[in-house]
Design a protein around this ligand. Structure first.
Ligand SMILES: Cc1ncc(COP(=O)(O)O)c(C=O)c1O
Length: 392
C-alpha cells in the first residue's frame, strides 16, 4: 500500500535510544547538540511574536509572497550586497520546503543533484520524496572548504542526469566560507554545463572569525542561481515559518523559473499571511538577535579551545556557523565515543558520520552546537575531557 520512497528506517539509533532511556529514568542530559535558538536563553524583544505577527483578518494571497514581505527581505539582502529586485524573490514556509520545491522545479524522477560532503543531513529525505538522487562531491577539511573543481567535475561526469549543484555558505557543520573567486568559478562552471546553482545561506549572518556582513550570493551570475535563507536562522524565529529564495542569473532563465515557481507555489499557498505581514518587523529585530548569537558562539568556541588546549582532543575552529568539530583520539570510532560519553557522563554530542565526516576527515569527530548556553557548554566540555582522559 505504501510507497517505496517513504520506507525509511524508523528504528532509533543506539545513541537516540540511550538518550530516551536516560530521560525516562529522570536523569538530566547535558545536551551539546541543541540548535533550537528559542531554548538557549537569548533575549528576544518583549512580545516579539505578538507584535511582529498580529492576527490578520484579510486574505489576498500572492503565490511568490506578499509585496511587503518581499520588500523587507530585499532590504535584508541589500545589507549583504544583494543585487536583485524584490520580484526576484520567492517566499516559502521554510528553507527545507523551498528545497523540495526547487527539486520539483529543477529535476524529474531519476535526475540528480550534487551536494557537498561532509554536510548537514537535510536533503536525503527531501530528495527521496522528490524522486531525485543525490551524489556527493568532496569538501575535505584539509582544504578549508575550498572546492576542488576537478573533483566536482569528475563527480558530475559520472552523473549524466545532474541538474543542480548545492553549496552551503557558511557550511554546516564545518563553518567553512566560500572564497569569492570560488563562487565565480562555480557559476561559470554551472553556466557551461547548464546546471542550476543552489546556495544555502541560512548561516550568512554568523561569521565567527571576522565581522559581518558576509556578501550574499543573490547577485547576477552567468548561471541560474537560487539563494536560500529564512527567519529561522536570520531572526532566530524558526516558529515563524518564513523563508525565501532569491532567483538570479540570465534574464530568460530567471523569468522562466519565476513563472513556473508561481504555479508550483500557487498549488500550496502555505506561507501564512500573518507571518508575511510581520516579516519587516521580524527582520528589524534580527541584527540584535544575531549579535547575541555571534557572541555566544565565539564564547563557546573559546571555552572549547581552553578546555581542550594541550590535550588529545583537537578543536577545529569554524570560520562561521553554529557548529564546532572536535577530533578525538582514534581509540574507538565516533559512534562509540558519542555513546560512551552519553552513557558514562550524560553528555550528548553528534557523531561525525551523521554528517559524512567519517569519509573525509581523519580520525573520529564529534559535532557540538555552539548555540548551547555557555554554562552547559563548559560543563559538557569538561566532562568530555574527563571521559577521554579516562579512556586513555
Ligand atoms: C544548512 C541548513 N540549511 C537549511 C536548514 C533548514 O532551515 P529551515 O529551518 O529554514 O528549514 C538547516 C537547519 O538546520 C541547515 O542547517
Amino acid at each position: 500500500m505504501f510507497s517505496r520512497r517513504t520506507a525509511w528506517t524508523r528504528q532509533p539509533t543506539p545513541l537516540a535510544q540511550l538518550r530516551a532511556d536516560l530521560q525516562a529514568d529522570g536523569q538530566s542530559v547535558c545536551d551539546l547538540t541543541d540548535t533550537n535558538p528559542t531554548q538557549q536563553g537569548f533575549a528576544y524583544a518583549p512580545d516579539v511574536i505578538a507584535t511582529c505577527f498580529p492576527p490578520c483578518p484579510h486574505y489576498s494571497p500572492e503565490p511568490l509572497g506578499l509585496e511587503t514581505a518581499r520588500h523587507a527581505i530585499h532590504r535584508y539582502l541589500q545589507t549583504h550586497g544583494g543585487q536583485l529586485t524584490p520580484d526576484q524573490l520567492w517566499i516559502g514556509a521554510s528553507t527545507s520546503e523551498l528545497y523540495a520545491h526547487l527539486m520539483h522545479l529543477l529535476g524529474d524522477p531519476g535526475d540528480c543533484w550534487l551536494v557537498p560532503e561532509p554536510g548537514y543531513p537535510l536533503l536525503d529525505m527531501i530528495a527521496d520524496t522528490a524522486g531525485l538522487s543525490l551524489q556527493t562531491y568532496p569538501l575535505p577539511l584539509a582544504t578549508d572548504g575550498y572546492i576542488s573543481m576537478d573533483a566536482l567535475d569528475s563527480v558530475r561526469a559520472q552523473a549524466p542526469r545532474c541538474r543542480a549543484i548545492v553549496v552551503v555558505h557558511p557550511h554546516n557543520p564545518t563553518g567553512h566560507l566560500l572564497a569569492p573567486d570560488q563562487l565565480e568559478h562555480l557559476t561559470t562552471y554551472c553556466a557551461a554545463h547548464e546546471l542550476a546553482l543552489v546556495i544555502d545561506e541560512v548561516f550568512l549572518d554568523y561569521p565567527l572569525d571576522r565581522d559581518p556582513p558576509l556578501p550574499t550570493a543573490a547577485r547576477p551570475w552567468p548561471c541560474l542561481t537560487f539563494t536560500l535563507s529564512g527567519l529561522s536562522k536570520v531572526a532566530l524565529l524558526p516558529q515563524a515559518k518564513l523563508a525565501w529564495t532569491a532567483v538570479t542569473g540570465p534574464a530568460q532563465w530567471v523569468e522562466e523559473a519565476l513563472e513556473r515557481a508561481a504555479l508550483l507555489a500557487d498549488t500550496y499557498l502555505n506561507t501564512a499571511t500573518t507571518i508575511q505581514t510581520g516579516a519587516a518587523q521580524a527582520l528589524a529585530h534580527a541584527p540584535a538577535m544575531q549579535e547575541q548569537v555571534r557572541r555566544r558562539c565565539r564564547r563557546n568556541l573559546s571555552i572549547a579551545q581552553q578546555v581542550f588546549a594541550e590535550t588529545e582532543i583537537t578543536v577545529r575552529p569554524p570560520p562561521g556557523g553554529w557548529a564546532c568539530l572536535l577530533r578525538l583520539p582514534a581509540l574507538q570510532d565516533d559512534d562509540a565515543w558519542a555513546f560512551t560519553l552519553l552513557k558514562h557522563q550524560q553528555v550528548l554530542t553528534q557523531p561525525g558520520h551523521l554528517f559524512g565526516l567519517d569519509r573525509l576527515a581523519r580520525g573520529p569527530h564529534l559535532v557540538l552546537s555552539l548555540l548551547v548556553h555557555s554554562d552547559i557548554f563548559l560543563l559538557g566540555c569538561e566532562r568530555l575531557l574527563a571521559h577521554v582522559q579516562q579512556k586513555e
